[in-house]
Design a protein around this ligand. Structure first.
Ligand code: SF4
Length: 363
């Protein structure tokens, strides 16, 4: 199968029917329409696409915001903080449109427009970004804001925060900013809880917060370990892992256990926590799984793919084009099947700062 690469790359990064997970499926279907079957791809038996997959509402909102900023403010210095989303493919598309990306807000020029990522940003960093005449637009996902609010409330109650997440991840750094350093413990394993218990009194009031993008198999044993030492621990009643993470993981589980995928490819990036969680989930469900960044990665796993039923999903920051380009490297004997699953209707409003900035420009 050969994708018409130029056509794919010219398309918008957003689904046409913005705000619904089925839109990602529809976009992918459209992109694959007219794509010719070629014998030059790696021969596989069939391709299965689960639902949902790809963009979540938080990422859509952030990308739509930056698209709007590019359109409305062509003469300003436009800066994305921390890549906006964890996907070099998306970042590259914005760089082509003149957006520069920085890892330190102090590196953003004075008077620039700085767009912060949906993973959330520490309040101290936001304050710094606002200095020197910079305009700041915060695309923090409301579901991450929920965790920030929980952190603030737990601090007010005098609790120690045990945060289950990845060290150095943007979301973890954002939450850390809401908690005094001496009250914040980031943990990635049950062993770290055992170590922590040697130094923290069992009498202390403790709360568990969780990164929104973790696999259940990752956070649950750690949370259980915390409960062993601090039985009265507070944790979010409906847990912090978000709907998009949960739905994509459950779709992968169905793909393997009910729909017959013999191997699962996850189109995502090395930086994507939820993308890596999908690989973990597929392996947990019983098949081989690989993180795929571009179609070039397929040649390295050719032997694993040959004549298999291949499930292909994508992380929450992966656009449909990127998936279509990977699919173009395979030749499915029995075609591509789109599985039906959970349809997500979540849609998040664009940040109020964007409208304010547009209004200021009109005055
Ligand atoms: Fe929001 Fe979940 Fe998407 Fe993160 S993965 S941006 S929490 S919807």
């Amino acid at each position: 199968m050969i994708a018409e690469r130029e056509t794919l790359e010219q398309r918008s990064l957003l689904p046409t029917n913005f705000g619904s997970s089925r839109a990602v499926h529809n976009d992918l279907r459209e992109m694959l329409d007219g794509v010719k079957i070629s014998k030059s791809g790696i021969p596989v038996q069939k391709i299965l696409i689960p639902e949902p997959m790809g963009f979540c509402a938080g990422v859509e909102m952030a990308i739509n915001t930056l698209n709007e900023v590019v359109k409305q403010f062509p003469d300003r210095n436009l800066i994305g903080y921390h890549g906006i989303v964890h996907n070099p493919y998306v970042i590259g598309k914005f760089e082509e449109q003149g957006v520069n990306f920085v890892d330190e807000v102090s590196d953003a020029p004075a008077d620039s427009i700085v767009v912060l990522s949906p993973h959330g940003t520490a309040p101290q960093v936001i304050e710094k970004a606002k200095q020197d005449g910079r305009s700041v637009i915060d695309t923090v996902c409301p579901l991450v804001t929920k965790v920030h609010n929980e952190a603030k409330r737990m601090v007010e109650e005098g609790r120690i925060i045990i945060y289950i997440g990845h060290e150095g991840h943007d979301e973890a750094e954002g939450v850390r900013g809401y908690v005094p350093p001496e009250n914040f413990y980031l943990v990635e394993s049950e062993e770290e809880i055992d170590e922590l218990a040697k130094n923290l009194s069992p009498e202390l009031p403790v709360a568990i917060l969780t990164q929104t993008t973790l696999a259940q198999g990752t956070w649950q044993p750690i949370a259980e370990a915390v409960k062993k030492y601090w039985p009265d621990v507070w944790s979010a009643p409906k847990k912090d892992v978000c709907y998009a993470t949960t739905n994509r993981q459950e779709a992968v589980e169905r793909l393997v256990q009910e729909q017959g995928a013999e191997i699962v490819l996850v189109v995502t990036s090395e930086q994507s926590s939820n993308g890596k969680a999908l690989v973990y989930k597929a392996v947990e469900a019983g098949v081989e799984s690989f993180l795929i960044k571009t179609v070039e990665d397929l040649s390295e796993i050719k032997d694993s793919l040959l004549n298999k039923v291949v499930g292909i999903t994508a992380g929450a920051s992966t656009p449909a084009q990127q998936v279509a380009e990977v699919i173009a490297g395979l030749s499915p004997e029995n075609g591509i099947e789109f599985m039906e699953g959970v349809v997500e209707e979540q849609k998040f409003h664009l940040p109020k700062e964007l409208q304010q900035l547009i209004n200021e420009q009109i005055k």
